[in-house]
Design a binder for this molecule. Structure first.
Ligand SMILES: NC(=O)c1ccc[n+]([C@@H]2O[C@H](COP(=O)([O-])OP(=O)(O)OC[C@H]3O[C@@H](n4cnc5c(N)ncnc54)[C@H](O)[C@@H]3O)[C@@H](O)[C@H]2O)c1
Ligand SMILES: [Zn+2]
Length: 368
């Protein structure tokens, strides 16, 4: 088992990564169960694919549990489901000393973490992420949220988990498209500041996508290490270090907004296209070589991810996409800070990027 510590000054916590971790959940979680009982939040898909094994492991270790199932999907990150969840926790007599278990993807993790933050003025929670995206990204770092009518993730809190348990084997039941979407975030860590990890991705992508245990474990551990390091350096996104995790996300969010945050384009798919665009825009501005941008796009393409507006199912003007970016940042006019790259593994924050130039670039990208 790999153990990676998220080295926060206040309450550091461990991320445990290993095959069969779900089967050992009872033993691993016993110290976190008040009176030998755990409250589990999951969703309807995970309830079918992972909960049975997880629950059996708890029972084997002599623990009891109660489970709350959210409807699967992004639509559950709303006030109604939050209210239901909090009511359920209270009906189960949740206490501040409890550790609520979030068993699922980023949706379950985000809403459960937020519920844990507000119920009884704050309980503990444990993340057991079951999608690749949640394993390499959302389960670590303590950002929790629900969506509101005004946009995604606008209501939430920083609330760090007490422990994260990652079992790469649970990815066996994950749909291929969800695996690809999570893989975009894996590649992102290489592109930010780890060119040797990007080389590793290029060399091992086939094994990884085929479910090779070694490749999975290495990619997940390497990603969690990177995220843990960045979060420890800038827990609340105050110094700009944590902002590096948003590589590809400004372009990506505009594409997600344009496709209505729907199944047309998953978050990770938007990020993949967004990273390809950020690299090509970096070439246009003279920061990066065309061959690096080509390498990035070719790799994402190999994972079956979109790398152009066309393949992201977006067909609209550059100006309109820039409007989405401005709405996202709650800002109007002129310029925006953008994550650009001097090359693979050399991401930097460019302040004051001219949005008219971005719009012109995106208009050219429509022909690609
Ligand atoms: N908190 C953060 O730092 C952070 C970071 C990135 C993304 N997010 C959030 O994460 C969410 C996306 O997370 P996601 O991609 O995990 O989506 P998700 O939680 O909706 O999971 C994707 C789908 O896979 C299913 N699923 C999950 N595990 C499975 C398994 N093992 N086998 C079969 N099916 C399984 C789910 O039921 C769902 O249908 C977004 O809401 C996003 O805002 C948060
Ligand atoms: Zn992301």
């Amino acid at each position: 088992m790999d153990r990676i510590t998220v080295g926060l000054e206040v309450r550091p916590y461990d991320v445990l990564i290993g095959q069969g971790v779900v089967g050992q959940a009872g033993v691993l979680l016993r110290p976190y169960a008040r009176n030998g009982r755990l409250l589990i939040v999951t969703d309807t898909h995970v309830g079918q694919h992972v909960l049975p094994q997880f629950a059996a492991a708890l029972q084997e270790a002599g623990l009891s549990y109660a489970a709350h199932l959210l409807p699967a999907g992004e639509g559950s990150k709303n006030w109604t489901e939050l209210e239901r969840l909090v009511d359920w926790l209270l009906s189960e007599h949740v206490e501040r000393s409890d550790h609520i278990v979030a068993l699922g993807g980023g949706v379950v993790g985000d809403i459960t973490g937020f519920a844990a933050h507000i119920v009884k003025r704050g309980c503990h929670f444990v993340q057991v992420p079951t999608t690749l995206l949640a394993q390499v990204d959302s389960s670590v770092g303590g950002k929790t949220a629900i969506n509101s009518g005004a946009g995604k993730n606008l209501v939430g809190a920083f609330h760090q988990p007490a422990l994260v348990l990652i079992d790469p084997d649970v990815l066996d039941s994950l749909p291929r498209r969800e695996l690809g979407a999570g893989y975009a975030e894996v590649v992102k860590y290489g592109l930010i500041d780890a060119p040797e990890f990007f080389d590793w991705c290029e060399a091992n992508i086939d094994d990884f996508l085929a479910g090779d245990a070694q490749a999975r474990r290495y990619a997940i551990a390497r990603s969690v290490e990177a995220k843990a390091r960045i979060v420890a350096a800038d827990e609340k996104e105050l110094t700009g270090v944590r902002a590096l995790l948003n590589l590809g996300h400004t372009f990506g969010h505009a594409l997600e907004a344009e496709t209505g945050y729907s199944d047309k384009l998953l978050h990770g798919e938007g990020v993949a296209a967004g990273m390809a665009l950020a690299f090509r825009y970096s070439v246009r501005r003279g920061h990066c070589t065309a061959s690096d941008a080509d390498r990035v796009a070719a790799h994402l393409d190999k994972a079956g991810l979109p790398t152009t507006l066309r393949s992201a199912h977006v067909d609209t003007s550059g100006e309109h996409l820039v409007e989405h970016m401005l709405h996202d940042k709650k800002k109007s006019g002129g310029t925006l800070p953008f994550l650009l790259a001097n090359g693979i593994g050399k991401t930097f924050l460019a302040k004051d990027v001219d949005l008219e130039d971005v719009a012109a670039f995106l208009d050219e990208e429509r022909n690609r």
